[in-house]
Design a protein around this ligand. Structure first.
Ligand SMILES: [Zn+2]
Length: 415
């Protein structure tokens, strides 16, 4: 394929960019050095580049010249289709424990989730499509996103007009993620439907009345009540939710009291709540509140429940996923694709895009080790990513945009 040929020509540049980014990992929503590196890498391409206002995002629009009613003739592109390609850019507060000659120069920070490969891959896709823009039958929006690891850059980018960046609404969106373990190098994997969980947080405060530990009947002890709620939450999960629409509640923090013989006024705990459907997500939020407040009330105490919504469920649109999978097999061969049986209970804020636009998210192994099962996972200080897969990522994203725009331009709703 032309996309792959161009990808292999520009591979040295893309790998050099990845290694440059790897040395300057930045955290969260403000990634000034990374943003500048992206802007520099896109220089010389005929793109409309917009920088984020509330975060250091980069949005670039490429106007295709292919097909009937090309952008060249109609200016902003008339009613022509638009696809979005996304790469997240942020790193993690991890101290790198790898001996690379391009190891992190920012103390305590590391590209331990491979987002440096995503940025290089997306720059590659922009360069490939720029070269093929006479065949591009619509416009491509390149989304360089901060804050995927938190607090979430996709939502503010959408609020700042991401999905209308080309002057028309995005019709389809694609993203990929690299893995440092679990599959052999170069293997693509994924699944249609739910791919990653919604991740919300609850904070519960059980309010009683402090007193002397020797006379609990004269106080209202919040500790056993908070303990009872924590245990009851696990019963709630198994008795009130369908095992085929799973929910995970993990209490990761529990605090109350100061000394063995003092009953405190209150006890608090915090939990992460994961779900794989918006139905289960809404139900678990409602039921946690009900269970906490009523269990406290049964003991003559009260409970205050704070529910903090995080990222939604990442759902692969069936048709878009089938299209992405077919494109992978067409480009790389059937032995480079494997079906992912189960979703993951991790989360991803590309889900905010997926809620608004039919989308597909695929995974790619960048594991350099032959024993991929034993290799350190993403987020480990020893997570190692083989950047020889960056050109493959670039080629796939470019190919998805080329093919999907041609389909959409021909009036096909999906593949
Ligand atoms: Zn990641």
């Amino acid at each position: 394929m032309r996309t792959q040929e161009i990808a292999s020509t520009i591979a040295p540049d893309l790998i050099a960019l990845r290694r440059e980014l790897h040395q300057i990992p930045e955290l969260g929503m403000s990634l000034p050095l990374t943003q500048q590196a992206v802007v520099d890498a896109l220089k010389g391409l005929d793109l409309e580049v917009t920088l984020g206002k509330s975060l250091s995002s980069v949005v670039a629009v490429l106007r295709g010249r292919g097909g009937a009613g090309s952008s060249a003739a109609t200016g902003a592109g008339g009613g022509r289709p638009v696809v979005l390609l996304r790469g997240d850019m942020d790193a993690l507060p991890v101290t790198e424990d790898l001996s690379l000659d391009f190891v992190s120069r920012h103390e305590g920070l590391m590209h331990a989730c491979g987002h440096d490969l995503h940025v290089a891959g997306l720059v590659g896709a922009a360069r490939i499509l720029h070269e093929l823009r006479d065949e591009l039958e619509g416009d491509a929006v390149f989304m360089f996103q901060p804050g995927e690891e938190g607090p979430g850059g996709a939502k503010p980018m959408i609020d700042e007009g991401l999905l209308e960046a080309a002057g028309r609404r995005v019709d389809a969106a694609y993203a990929l993620h690299v893995y440092s373990s679990e599959h052999p190098l170069g293997m693509w994997f994924g699944r249609p439907g739910p791919l990653m969980a919604a991740a919300d947080e609850i904070k519960v405060r059980v309010v009683g009345e402090g007193g002397h530990g020797s006379q609990p009947f004269r106080a209202k002890d919040p500790i056993p009540v908070a303990c009872e709620i924590v245990v009851a939450l696990q019963t709630l999960v198994t008795r009130q939710f369908n095992v085929f629409d799973p929910v995970v509640i993990t209490v990761g923090k529990f605090a109350g009291g100061t000394k063995d013989n003092i009953i405190p006024d209150d006890a608090v705990f915090e939990a992460t709540v994961r779900s794989l459907s918006e139905v289960a997500r809404a139900e678990v939020a409602r039921k946690i509140e009900l269970l906490s407040t009523q269990l406290a009330e049964a003991h003559g105490l009260t409970a205050e429940v704070e529910y903090l919504p995080g990222y939604p469920v990442t759902v692969n649109d069936d048709a878009e996923y089938a299209f992405a999978k077919d494109t992978i097999i067409d480009l790389f061969g059937a032995d480079r694709y494997t079906h992912q049986r189960d979703p993951e209970m991790g989360s991803e804020d590309f889900s905010f895009v997926g809620q608004l636009v039919p989308s597909a998210y695929v995974n790619l192994s960048a594991c350099p080790a032959a024993d991929f099962d034993a290799a350190p996972d993403n987020h480990s200080p020893r997570a190692d990513f083989d950047d020889s897969v960056v050109p493959d990522g670039a080629a796939l994203l470019a190919e998805l945009a080329l093919r999907r725009l041609a389909q959409l331009n021909a009036g096909s709703p999906s593949s």
